[in-house]
Write a protein that binds this ligand. Sequence first.
Ligand code: SF4
Length: 296
Amino acid sequence: MKISIKSYPFTSILGWSASRYDTFNYCKRRYYYSYYAKFDQDIGKELIAKFKSMTSAALEVGIITHDIISAILQRVAKSTDPIDQNRLEAKVRIAVEETLRNKVMMEYFYGQRGEVRFDELFEPVMQSVTNFLNSDRFAWASGLDDSLRKLWVIEPEGFGETRLGGLKAYCKVDFMLFDGGKVYVLDWKTGKPDALKYTRQMIGYSLYAKEVTGLDLDHIQPTLAFLRDEYAEIAVEVKESDAAKFQEQVKLESQEMFDMTIDRDGNIPKEKSEFPMTENYMRCKLCEFRRLCGQG
Ligand code: SF4
């Protein structure tokens, strides 16, 4: 098996990603604040960055769980000695304490709840990580030969830049491993099992795996791994026809985002006033920027 993760020379042009287009769809003003803060003349990029960095308990459970599983896999790639439970708990504890010390929780900031308690992060992270460690998937992966474990791709550096239909795109995988001529792409989820919600993301990951391994899609198995209540996997089937439709969609969506620039290659946006605020106020209730829009 040969893996070749390409690095592309820097270009300013925007790159499609599932999360970028989701933000674009959610609210154009939110998209502007998220991706073009440095062009904002009224509020300033520093203040926008403060709002952008706000987070939530649910998001942080996901982020810490990903970091811990990534660290476990990095370790197992080199050694299959048993995981030390005390060290694991200490690592999660430190990560949770750092989060609570350094990050502003959106629900607290907007007065929707009191401060997030340590246990609200620590317990779900430990539960998710423990479910993973007790899963057949972990036992199987840990039991793979040394030569295969050395090839693991675990949250590769950067943002997973790739090309979809010739356009810049980002598809960053959580974990990619190989066995029996097949590539498995696993994506950790700490929310409720919902395959439909993540189908596009998984097609993107399959195309990324195809690019770096040179294998056909029928040798690539994208899989959603839900960690929270119990370990459960959903294998997603991606056919060439799905991939072709997806690439067409990425092209259209990229064009919609290009249309909001005055300089496509330099990624210079139109005026902020061209990025309207959503009229769906329910969305504002979940948005980190609502004070900037006079909504909270
Ligand atoms: S508060 Fe509402 S209008 Fe403002 S950026 Fe967020 S979603 Fe858009």
